[in-house]
Write a protein that binds this ligand. Structure first.
Ligand SMILES: Cc1cc2nc3c(=O)[nH]c(=O)nc-3n(C[C@H](O)[C@H](O)[C@H](O)COP(=O)(O)OP(=O)(O)OC[C@H]3O[C@@H](n4cnc5c(N)ncnc54)[C@H](O)[C@@H]3O)c2cc1C
Length: 294
């Protein structure tokens, strides 16, 4: 029996248009699945030797200018089922944008997902990163996850099976998130919507949301803020090529128009170096740096 793939397979596709920084070289192969079933069938066809990388909305990714060897799976606009379960939990497929999850829950008077409203990634990416904001964190509301491995097998897992910490989730590195079930608290729709509005206003006031970025480049060190340390070094507005430390939020590096991934990466190391020299703190990157240099 031959299985027909219904997704799109693109060769040598430049990833710049799939990342929020608008930089990144080509993927050897980029697969955009039709749906969950199609993705599982596609994964099964890949040879064992093929390296596979998953991306959602590319909002926490620095793809280097030489691109990614092997196959990239992109869930943007795909795997977008979301529903209320009989128990009152929320089932979400990996490609659903975080903002949609926040809105879906809020409209049903389910509290606890508001923090997702301003995170411009997919729930799959949020699971991988333990994305969080304003005191909320993805894994604090996860009841279970569905994982897919390279053989096309789907496994249900519980949060206790992972090592979860600030912007880090370890465990099952050869599996990817297909979907999750979120547990929320019953509450009031108006309360949820007001909270979302407040959080979005706060973001607009403090972050350069109108320029290409990947959000916070560095993790906040224990008890401090990366932005504060970078600002103390006088680095706001410092630029290398088309990459610039945001004037609005020092932990954001923005693409002013013609940045390459190399400009951004060089600026990341420059900032790290200055903060280490002047503040004695080694900043860890939050952003995932992947692919090859030219
Ligand atoms: C303006 C702006 C503001 C931001 N604010 C915040 C914030 O407040 N809090 C915060 O935590 N982050 C923030 N971010 C960063 C980013 O939005 C989050 O990390 C988000 O969760 C990434 O999701 P994504 O779909 O874009 O993932 P991608 O950037 O595409 O991928 C990120 C990582 O997740 C992996 N991945 C993606 N999908 C899957 C999957 N289905 N299964 C397994 N692995 C997967 C990728 O391989 C990669 O390692 C911000 C980014 C921007 C641009």
């Amino acid at each position: 029996m031959t299985i027909e793939m219904t997704g799109r397979l693109l060769k040598h596709e430049k990833l710049a248009k799939y990342t929020s920084w608008r930089v990144g070289g080509p993927a050897d192969r980029l697969y955009i699945p039709q749906d969950r079933h199609d993705l599982i069938e596609f994964i099964k066809t890949l040879p064992d030797s093929e390296s596979v990388f998953w991306m959602g909305l590319g909002s926490n990714l620095l793809v280097r200018d030489g691109g990614i060897r092997g196959t990239v799976i992109n869930t943007k606009g795909r795997l977008k089922e979301m529903s209320l379960t009989e128990e009152g939990s929320v089932y979400v497929e990996a490609g659903v944008p975080c903002a949609h999850v926040a809105r879906f829950c809020g409209e049903r008077g389910l509290l606890g997902a508001e923090f997702l409203a301003g995170i411009p990634g997919t729930i799959g990416g949020a699971l991988k990163m333990n994305a969080g904001a304003f005191g909320g964190e993805t894994w604090a509301i996860v009841q279970s996850v569905e994982m897919l491995n390279k053989s096309g097998n789907v496994t249900h897992r519980k949060p206790q099976e992972f090592t979860v910490s600030y912007r880090s989730v370890k465990g099952f590195e050869n599996e990817w998130f297909l979907a999750c079930v979120l547990t929320l608290q019953q509450g009031d729709t108006v309360e949820s919507q007001q909270k979302i509005k407040g959080l979005l206003e706060k973001r607009g006031a403090t972050q350069p949301t109108n320029q290409p970025s990947c959000g916070s480049v560095f993790k906040n060190p224990e008890g401090d803020y990366a932005a504060r340390l970078i600002e103390q070094c006088g680095l706001k507005g410092y630029s290398i090529g088309g990459a610039c430390v945001s004037e609005k939020h020092a932990n954001f590096i923005v693409n002013t128009g013609n940045a390459t991934a190399a400009d951004i990466e060089t600026l990341i190391y420059y900032v790290q170096d200055k903060v280490k020299q002047q503040q004695g703190v080694i900043l860890q990157t939050e952003v995932c740096m992947v692919g090859e240099e030219i």
